[in-house]
Design a protein around this ligand. Structure first.
Ligand SMILES: Nc1nc2c(ncn2[C@@H]2O[C@H](COP(=O)(O)OP(=O)(O)O)[C@@H](O)[C@H]2O)c(=O)[nH]1
Ligand SMILES: [Mg+2]
Length: 679
């Protein structure tokens, strides 16, 4: 782990590593508050590698790191030919001199995809994930499919893709056919191959759905290294971005050569929602260039430092948090799952599909969201359990509070729970737990009430043992003692959930003694005994009714708590639904803006036919967006309806119990009034 401290004399930030002192040369990009936040990794690790079977595989240790990152991630991936300074540039973004291994021989160092997670220097609460890829077109590998896969994964996993190339658009090329970023045309095919390597929807297997790429593709930065020419177009100075647009300019005509020339350019324009260019001058004297990482910043060219600084600032300020289809934010944890899903798909020979990835992510995340929600509920209730027995209203209100918190926790992590399956699972599990806690509270209450009665009736037990009540007038004495016990008990246990039930049981037990005492009491004649017996029976029944009524009241209280929890759940679901719809709309608007810009550019440059095609694409886009919104709204409405139905059903069950109890009470009442001559 690194220690960071601020240099006292200047704005430079000194990063002290375990092996060397590294200077953060974009110094001012940091501010003090971020200085002391923890650095996640002190060096990069391999994220995606080639296994012994020659297939791509994800490194478990890297997944474990991502698993711990709960923050949203900005993912910057670099791609391009091998040995073009990609790793060096990524180290700059990490604010370090060393980190990703640089190749100083002809053999490229980076294999597969390497990852470095650092605190985002400007976006608090966000992690910057840097992905350095193995260079494309390494002749030694002789496996172009492998290159395509690496390129494809970089596109799929990043929110900003840095397309790195060395060399310039030479004079000859720039006047006539600028070669693509100085990269041989054969490497540009990776972009055109994306249409076959990435699917948006799983359903239209053979359809080309690349017109939708722009919705989820990363923004695009072209980094041209060792750019030694003046940036001039038609003799006029051009900005870096103008230069990029110039390089991407399409040619008129339908000849095969023109089409081949246009295709990758069209793909870049169509697929990537935004494009920017940085032209880096030669970094230092030629004899130093192979040991760039060990050079003092003072030995680097001022212009090179200036562009690098501007590049880093641009990435820090403009790179967005990685989003999944439908605008869902990607955290480190989700990025790990995403990498695994895509790599597994590619290794199995299938084509990665954005829609399927979202479904897979949603499944993993929603299951975890249920677990997290339950943990919140359970840990809160476990704490409450220490103070059992409690009044029902106290248990219920804490249940409601924790259930709301659990729903909030669930909502924070879950997404695309369109049929409410996971929310339902959370609800059912919480209710199961709640029933369990209610039961434990009742047992604790029962124990407490029984203990109380046991201690209050201790003298009576002693009297019974001694035969104290076995004498004329003994029954009245017994009744008096019993009355005192009940009075005392009621004053001490009246708030206990089990108070009435335990008392009912106690009185039933005592009625055995009472009957014997009454029978033996010679002070009373037969008629008086009969009357007393009936009075006692009526009192017992009264207690039974009281206990049943209390149970019924408690059921109603539970029903009310359930009703309120359900209302709160539905409210939170509605908020979530609106948020997801908003994100979906935002994503559609962004894509539409990008298409409108492309269309305007095509029209301006006289490509009417292409512009018309784009117009049709947009029409189709609008239709799809509207349909997607309608579907989402319908799915949510159905979910809420199902949830309400579920709630109504459980209410109906409770009401049925309620009715049965009432009936039982009524029947008791009728039979007792029929049998009792004195009431
Ligand atoms: N000429 C030149 N060399 C560079 C530049 N950046 C890095 N290098 C050197 O190029 C070699 C390969 O760099 P590296 O970052 O490993 O390239 P990668 O294979 O694309 O990752 C190293 O010796 C670096 O010192 C640059 O902008 N221009
Ligand atoms: Mg490298």
């Amino acid at each position: 782990m690194l220690n960071r401290r601020r240099s006292s004399s200047s704005d430079l930030i000194i990063l002290i590593g375990c092996s060397a002192t590294a200077t953060c040369w974009y110094g001012k990009a940091f501010n003090l508050t971020q200085l002391y936040s923890p650095v996640i990794m002190d060096k990069p690790v391999c994220l995606i590698d080639t296994g012994s079977d020659g297939k791509l595989c994800v490194q478990q240790s890297a997944l474990q790191i991502l698993q711990q990152i709960q923050q949203p991630v900005v993912v910057v991936a670099v791609v391009g030919l091998y040995r073009t300074g990609k790793s060096y540039l990524m180290n700059r973004l990490a604010g370090q001199q060393t980190g990703f291994a640089l190749g100083s021989t002809i053999e490229s160092k980076t294999k597969g995809i390497w990852m470095w997670c650092v605190d985002h220097p400007t976006k608090a609460g966000t992690t910057l994930v840097l992905l350095d890829t193995e260079g494309l077109g390494d002749v030694d590998k002789g496996d172009s499919k492998h290159d395509t896969n690496i390129f494809c994964l970089a596109v799929l996993l990043s929110s900003t893709l840095v397309y790195n190339s060395r060399g310039t658009i030479d004079n000859r090329a720039s006047l006539d056919m600028p070669d693509m970023f100085g990269i041989p045309e054969q490497t540009v095919r990776y972009v055109t191959e994306l249409t076959e390597c990435i699917k948006v929807k799983s359903s239209d297997e053979d359809d080309d759905d690349s017109s939708e790429f722009v919705k989820f593709f990363p923004s695009f930065i072209w980094a041209v290294r060792d750019f030694t020419l003046e940036r001039k177009i038609d003799g006029k100075d051009a900005t870096e971005d103008e230069y990029l647009e110039f390089a991407l300019k399409l040619k008129h005509g339908t000849a095969k050569k023109v089409m081949e020339y246009n295709l990758p350019r069209e793909c870049i324009q169509k697929f990537f929602p935004s494009r920017t260019c940085f032209t880096f001058p030669f970094p230092t004297a030629p004899e130093n260039v192979s040991r760039l990482e060990s050079l003092d910043p003072a030995d680097l060219s001022f212009d090179f430092l200036e562009v690098t600084d501007r590049f880093c600032k641009f990435v820090f300020h403009k790179s967005q948090v990685k989003k999944l289809k439908d605008g869902i934010t990607v955290t480190g944890r989700v990025l790990g799952h995403l990498a695994k899903t895509y790599v597994d798909t590619i290794s199995s020979g299938a084509v990665p599909c954005l829609e399927n990835a979202v479904i897979a992510m949603a499944m993993i995340e929603n299951e975890s969201a249920v677990k997290e929600g339950l943990e919140v509920y359970q840990s809160g209730m476990e704490k409450l359990k220490d103070s059992f027995p409690l009044e029902l209203k106290d248990v219920s209100s804490e249940h409601q509070h924790l259930s709301n918190m659990a729903t909030q926790t669930f909502m924070k992590r879950s997404f695309r729970d369109t049929d409410g399956k996971y929310l339902k699972s959370l609800e059912e599990n919480i209710n199961k737990l709640f029933d369990g806690y209610l039961c434990q509270n009742e047992q604790a209450s029962k124990r407490q009430c029984e203990d109380l009665l046991s201690s209050l009736s201790e003298p009576m037990r002693e009297n019974l043992k001694q035969g104290f009540y076995t004498k004329p007038g003994g029954y009245d004495l017994f009744c008096k003692d019993l009355e005192d016990i009940v009075k005392n008990y009621n004053s001490q246990a009246n708030k206990e959930v089990k108070a009435e039930e335990v008392l009912e049981e106690f009185l039933k037990q005592k009625s055995v003694d009472s009957k014997a005492i009454l029978l033996a009491d010679q002070k009373l004649n037969e008629k008086e005994k009969k009357i007393k017996e009936e009075i006692e029976k009526a009192a017992l029944l009264q207690q039974e009714i009281k206990a049943k009524e209390e149970k019924q009241r408690q059921l109603e209280e539970k029903m009310e708590a359930e009703k309120q929890s359900n209302e709160e759940r539905m409210r939170q679901m509605k908020v979530k639904m609106d948020e997801e719809l908003r994100l979906q709309r935002e994503e559609a608007d962004r894509a539409m803006d990008s298409k409108l810009r492309e269309q305007a550019a095509l029209l301006e440059k006289g490509f009417k036919e292409k512009a018309d095609r784009m117009g049709q694409e947009m029409e189709e886009f609008r239709r799809q967006n509207a349909e997607a919104e309608r579907n989402k709204a319908r799915e949510f409405a159905m979910m809420i309806e199902n949830s309400n139905k579920r709630h109504e059903q459980s209410m109906a069950i409770m009401m049925q119990q309620h009715r049965e109890q009432m009936q039982a009470i009524q029947e008791k009442n009728e039979s007792s009034s029929g049998g009792c001559c004195i009431l």
